[in-house]
Design a protein around this ligand. Sequence first.
Ligand SMILES: Cc1cc2nc3c(=O)[nH]c(=O)nc-3n(C[C@H](O)[C@H](O)[C@H](O)COP(=O)(O)O)c2cc1C
Length: 206
Amino acid sequence: MDKKEKNMKLPAPSFKSGTSVEEAILKRRSMRSFSNTRLNWQQIGQLLWAGQGITAKKGNFPFRAAPSAGALYPMETFVVMEKGIYQYLPQNHEIRNIASGDKRMELSKAAFGQSFIDQAPVTIALCAVYSRITGKYGKRGIRYAHIEAGHIAQNIHLQAISLGLVSVPVGAFDDKATAGILNLPDDCVPLYLLPLGFPQKGKESQ
Ligand SMILES: Cc1cc2nc3c(=O)[nH]c(=O)nc-3n(C[C@H](O)[C@H](O)[C@H](O)COP(=O)(O)O)c2cc1C
């Protein structure tokens, strides 16, 4: 991790859209081809907020967009894109650059050659730090972290539809290779990859 790199504030998320929750549920489909159009920081920030953004505070305690057993928040969120890899810091709706250079092809290889990962302008990676939750819940905390990853991913998939994007959840990848690409510490385990992008013409969600 480059300690010199400053955190970058993301644009404030929007809380309104022209897409209802029902419409987003109806339109969400796993899509595996993307146009070349890049996402801007507003769109990336909106997706990250939908997954793990702070949506309320009780006293000083921040609650996030997705539920978490015991509000222990075991997940870390990363963005893999052409420019490099970024970690989302929910507290101030910021990102931190943790690697530079395009790692999408490497990630695609780590996902057993699922080539759409290389095509996707952005892949969001959800990773668990189990110790944050097993301290309170023991082994069951591992189950809770996996359930939470599903909540976060679904928020992101539905937010993607509302932004005119398409996405696919990916669970098939080599854990060790993926952790290496993301430069994860030993206690942080990659659980889910969410490639996202604008649809190719003629391949929009129904
Ligand atoms: C836990 C999980 C893992 C998945 N892993 C992959 C994957 O590695 N590659 C892929 O192309 N799709 C993957 N999918 C997407 C499914 O293939 C897809 O959800 C399914 O075909 C149903 O289609 P729908 O998402 O359009 O409703 C995964 C879905 C889930 C829930």
